[in-house]
Design a protein around this ligand. Structure first.
Ligand code: NOJ
Length: 713
C-alpha cells in the first residue's frame, strides 16, 4: 500500500490514502476529542469503526488548570494501537496537549521570555519543551500563543509576547522553530520535536475591557499592521497548525470567519497546515447567536475554513450529511482531510505511531534543561529601578526576606503548567539562604504582616517579594484594577516607613501598577513568573551573578485609567492627548530595563542617505559598556515613516540586538531596513512603501533619542 510506504513522498501518500477513505472516515479525521475514563469503551469502538483525527490530553476547558497527567505512555500507545491495528485504514491518532512554557522543566512565562529580547533563548526553551513532550508520547502542543496585548487587565497577556508586532513576530517564529525543528530533506519531522500551533487567530487580545472571551473591534488597518504580523511570521516559519480565537471580531465570531481563516490565512498567507478550533468554539457559534443550532454551526465553521473541531462534536454529527446534501462540497472536505493527513505523515506517525519507551523523560539531560531554564529566567528579569542597593553586597549580615511571595513555590511556575509540579520550585527565602551562608536570613514564613515588619526592623537590608498569584492571571482570569492585590501596598508603605534599604522583587504575569512603589523602593526588580528555577534565578540577579538585561515587552501603565497605553500609538492632529489627573506616559515604557552597568550608544550612521523603493538602508551605532561590570544591552532600532497616506505609529520597533559587553568594551551594531520594514498595510488594502522621508532612533528603550533619517525616492 502506497500510503504506508515511507519511500513515497508525503503528497503521494496523502492522495493514495484519501482515495481509499469513506465519507465517515474523512469526517473522523476532522475531529478532536478528549477520552474520559467513563466514556472510554464507547470512544474506542468509534475509533475502530472510523478512526479519529486527534485526542486532546486535557480534561478541562480552561487553560492553565491541568492538575494531573491525563495520559501516560501506556495509555497513549494502547489507544494508538486500536487506531493503527483495529481500524480499517490504520490511520494513527494525533495526541495534543497544552505545553505552553515547558512540560517538565518549566521555563518563565512567555511574556518573560519576550522580555529577554532573545529569540534564540526562546527557540532553545521551546526545543527543550518539545523534547520533554515528545518523550512522553505527545505529538502536538497548542503553542505558541502570539496574541498582541495592549491591555494588562486581560489575564492571557502572560501567554504572549507583549504589545509589539515586530518583537511578537520574532518570538513567534523562534518558538515555532524550537518546537517543530527543521524538517529533513524528505519533508519529515525529526525525532524529539512536536507540532506547534499558532494561536489564537486573531485579535483575541483586543477583548473589550480586558475581559476574556469578549468582543473585539479592530479596523483592517490595525489588524494587518499590528495583530497579524506574528501569525504571518509563524506561517513563514512553517507552523503546522493554527487555532482560532474564541471571541467575536468586527461583528463575526473569529471561529466562523471565512475572511480570517480562508481568505487571509490560507489564501493570502499560503498556510498549508490545518486549522483547529479552540475548545468547543464551533459549538459556541450557537451562543454567539450567529447560527440557530449545531448543524448550522458545523456548516458555517467548516465553510469558513476550520479543518478540525476541538471538543464540540458538530462535525461528527452533521458534516457527512452536509456533504451529502451538497451544502459543503466534497472538495472542501478533501482539502481539510488532506491537510490533517499531511501533518500526520510529516510527523512520522504512520511510520512510528507509538511512543518510544527509550525516549522517556528520565533519559533526557534534565540537568542541562534546568540550567537553561535558570538562565532564561534571569535573562528575562527587568531591573526597573536601582539606586545602588543591588547587587546586594556579599557581606550583608542580616537580610530580611519577606512578603507574600518570599516562601511561595507554585506561583514561580506561572499559570499554565502541570500542577503536579507545584511543590518542585525552591523558594526565594531558601535560595537566598543557600547563596549567603554567612548571613542571617530573617523571614516570616507565617505570612503575618506584623512578623514581616519585625523581621525587617531587625535587618540591615530588606528584600520584599510582592506580586500576584499564578491563579490570578491566565485564561479567564482578568482584573479590573491593575494595582497589586489587596494589602500589598499597605505592607510596602509600612516597610518603607522603617527607612531600611529596600529591594522589591515583583512576581507577576501582567503589568501591575508600581506607581506608589517605584519612588520609594531603593531597587525594583521585575521577576515575572520565572519557572522551575525562578527562585535561584532571582538570587542570581539580586547578588549580581547575573547582570540583568531584560527589557519590557509591554508598557507598564501608571494605573488602569491609562489603558490602552502602548508606545506605538498613532500621531494625532490636535495637541498631544492629555489627562488632567495623570501623565499620559506609562510609568515604564516599552523596551525599558536597567543594568548594574551603564551603556552609551552613539556614532549613529545611516547609509545610504537615499534609496529607491526596494533598496536597503543600514543603520549602525556604537554601543559601549561605560560602567565597571560586564553586562548586556538590548540595542533597539525604531522607525517613523514621516509622511504617510494613512495615520501611522509615532515610531515602530524594526530591529533589536542583545549584546554582551565586558566593562569598557565597545561594539558596532547595525540594523538593515528594507522593503518589509518600510512598508505598511495602507490605502486600498495593499502593502505600500511610500516614498519620502523616514526617521530612525536607536537606543536602549522606546524613548530612544539618538536620531537619524534617510529618504526613499
Ligand atoms: C482553551 C484555550 O483558549 C486554548 O488556548 C487551549 O489551547 C485550549 N483551551 C485547549 O486546552
Amino acid at each position: 500500500m502506497k500510503y504506508k510506504d515511507p519511500n513515497c513522498s508525503v503528497g503521494e501518500r496523502v492522495e493514495d490514502l484519501l482515495a481509499r477513505m469513506t465519507l465517515e472516515e474523512k469526517v473522523a479525521q476532522c475531529v478532536q476529542i478528549y477520552i474520559p475514563p467513563e466514556g472510554r469503551e464507547e470512544i474506542l469502538a468509534r475509533i475502530r469503526k472510523t478512526g479519529l483525527g486527534s485526542r486532546i490530553l486535557s480534561a478541562v476547558p480552561l487553560g492553565g488548570s491541568v492538575t494531573q497527567r491525563t495520559a501516560g505512555i501506556a495509555d497513549l500507545n494502547e489507544v494508538q494501537r486500536i487506531a493503527v491495528e483495529e481500524s480499517r485504514l490504520g490511520i494513527p491518532i494525533l495526541s495534543g496537549m497544552d505545553v505552553i512554557h515547558g512540560q517538565h522543566t518549566v521555563f518563565p512565562i512567555p511574556l518573560a521570555m519576550a522580555a529577554a529580547f532573545d529569540p534564540a533563548a526562546l527557540e532553545q526553551a521551546s526545543a527543550i519543551a518539545a523534547a520533554e513532550t515528545a518523550s512522553m508520547g505527545i505529538h502536538w502542543t497548542f503553542a505558541p500563543m502570539m496574541d498582541i496585548a495592549r491591555d494588562p487587565r486581560w489575564g492571557r497577556i502572560i501567554e504572549g509576547y507583549g504589545e509589539d508586532p515586530y518583537l511578537g513576530a520574532q518570538m513567534a517564529a523562534a518558538a515555532v522553530r524550537g518546537f517543530q525543528g527543521e524538517l529533513d530533506e524528505k519533508g519529515y519531522a525529526r525525532p524529539g520535536r512536536v507540532l506547534a500551533c499558532a494561536k489564537h487567530y486573531v485579535g483575541y487580545g483586543a477583548a473589550e475591557g480586558g475581559r476574556d472571551y469578549n468582543t473585539g473591534e479592530i479596523t483592517d488597518h490595525t489588524l494587518r499592521n499590528i495583530y497579524l504580523p506574528p501569525f504571518k511570521a509563524a506561517v513563514q516559519a512553517g507552523v503546522g497548525t493554527v487555532m482560532s480565537a474564541f471571541h467575536d471580531l468586527n461583528g463575526e465570531p473569529a471561529s466562523g470567519s471565512r475572511y480570517l481563516l480562508t481568505d487571509i490565512l490560507k489564501d493570502e498567507f499560503g498556510f498549508e497546515g490545518f486549522i483547529v478550533s479552540d475548545w468547543a468554539s464551533v459549538g459556541e457559534l450557537v451562543n454567539h447567536r450567529v447560527v440557530a443550532g449545531e448543524r448550522d454551526a458545523a456548516a458555517l465553521a467548516f465553510d469558513a475554513g476550520f479543518d478540525m473541531e476541538m471538543i464540540s462534536e458538530c462535525y461528527t454529527h452533521h458534516l457527512a450529511e452536509l456533504v451529502q446534501a451538497g451544502e459543503i462540497s466534497a472538495q472542501r472536505l478533501d482539502d481539510a482531510v488532506r491537510r490533517v493527513l499531511a501533518v500526520k505523515f510529516r510527523l512520522g506517525l504512520f511510520d512510528h505511531p507509538y511512543a518510544d519507551t527509550d525516549r522517556q523523560l528520565e533519559q533526557l539531560p534534565l540537568d542541562e534543561y534546568r540550567a537553561a531554564s535558570r538562565r532564561a529566567a534571569a535573562r528575562g528579569m527587568v531591573l526597573l529601578k536601582n539606586n545602588g542597593l543591588l547587587p546586594l553586597k556579599p557581606d550583608a549580615r542580616r537580610v530580611a526576606v519577606i512578603g507574600p511571595y518570599a516562601h511561595e513555590r507554585r506561583t514561580m511556575l506561572g499559570s499554565w503548567v502541570n500542577d503536579i509540579l507545584a511543590d518542585e520550585p525552591g523558594t526565594l527565602a531558601d535560595a537566598l539562604r543557600a547563596a549567603l551562608p554567612e548571613a542571617q536570613i530573617l523571614t516570616a514564613p507565617s505570612g503575618l504582616y506584623d512578623e514581616m515588619l519585625m523581621a525587617a526592623a531587625e535587618a540591615d537590608v530588606v528584600v520584599l517579594a510582592l506580586g500576584e498569584s499564578h491563579a490570578r492571571n491566565g485564561e479567564y482570569n482578568c482584573v479590573a484594577s491593575i494595582e497589586l492585590p489587596a494589602g500589598q501596598q499597605a505592607l510596602f508603605d509600612a516597610l518603607a516607613g522603617l527607612g531600611k534599604p529596600l529591594a522589591v522583587v515583583v512576581y507577576t504575569g501582567r503589568p501591575v501598577a508600581l506607581t506608589r512603589i517605584a519612588p520609594q523602593a531603593d531597587a525594583l526588580l521585575l521577576a515575572w513568573h520565572p519557572g522551575s528555577l525562578g527562585a535561584e534565578a532571582t538570587v542570581d540577579v539580586l547578588l549580581g551573578a547575573v547582570n540583568p538585561g531584560g527589557k519590557l515587552p509591554v508598557s507598564f501603565p501608571r494605573g488602569e485609567g491609562q489603558i490602552p497605553v502602548h508606545y506605538n500609538h498613532n500621531s494625532t492632529g490636535r495637541f498631544n492627548p492629555r489627562y488632567h489627573d495623570m501623565p499620559v506616559t506609562p510609568l515604564f515604557p516599552f523596551g525599558f530595563g536597567l543594568s548594574y552597568t551603564r551603556f552609551a550608544i552613539d556614532g549613529l550612521e545611516v547609509q545610504p542617505q537615499a534609496v529607491q523603493p526596494g533598496g536597503r538602508v543600514r543603520v549602525s551605532v556604537t554601543v559601549t559598556n561605560i560602567g565597571e561590570r560586564d553586562g548586556e544591552e538590548v540595542v533597539q532600532c525604531y522607525l517613523q515613516d514621516c509622511v504617510s497616506r494613512l495615520t501611522r505609529p509615532v515610531r515602530e520597533l524594526k530591529g533589536f540586538e542583545r549584546v554582551a559587553l565586558q566593562a569598557g568594551e565597545s561594539r558596532r551594531v547595525s540594523f538593515e531596513l528594507g522593503a518589509e520594514e518600510l512598508s505598511y498595510y495602507g490605502p486600498g488594502g495593499r502593502w505600500v512603501l511610500e516614498p519620502g522621508e523616514f526617521k530612525v532612533w536607536v537606543g536602549s528603550d522606546s524613548n530612544a533619542s539618538l536620531e537619524g533619517s534617510f529618504r526613499v525616492a
